[in-house]
Design a protein around this ligand. Structure first.
Ligand code: ZN
Length: 136
């Protein structure tokens, strides 16, 4: 079980599926089941149209970032390289809500964890997150 005060990282991912594939949380759930996992590994999914869908509840440890699942929450943007404006608006909404609930948590991209050779989510989350902090 995830304990609120232990949440140190809010990790942004992408589904690494083609940008024209309009997948949703159920599709990711099926994909992760097929890996032999206990279903969807993320806590939130943001579809191409910007819809925010629930994955695992926030009290359930995710399966999205090796070695850090017990101290993090994960949100996944559907797509690979080019995300929609609506997705970024929704991402901001999810992360701002999480920041109010978990004020000590830091927003990072999956690749920023350092123990992966993945490029996920294929944009610079640190710079993006800095801008939303400054202008809002
Ligand atoms: Zn990832």
């Amino acid at each position: 079980m995830l304990i609120n005060k232990n949440i140190k990282l809010l990790v942004v991912h992408c589904s690494d599926t083609e940008d024209n594939e309009n997948l949703n949380a159920i599709d990711i759930h099926k994909m992760h089941l097929s890996f032999g996992w206990d279903g969807i590994g993320y806590h939130k999914v943001i579809t191409r149209s910007g819809k925010i869908e629930d994955g695992r509840p926030e009290y359930w440890i995710g399966a999205h970032v090796k070695g850090k699942n017990d101290v993090s929450l994960g949100v996944c943007l559907i797509g690979k390289t080019s995300f929609t404006k609506k997705q970024f608006t929704s991402l901001e909404r999810v992360l701002k809500k999480w920041k109010t609930l978990y004020p000590n948590a830091k927003i990072i991209g999956h690749k920023d964890i350092g123990n992966t050779n993945k490029t996920c989510p294929n944009f610079d989350v640190l710079t993006w997150a800095k801008n939303i902090d400054e202008y809002n």
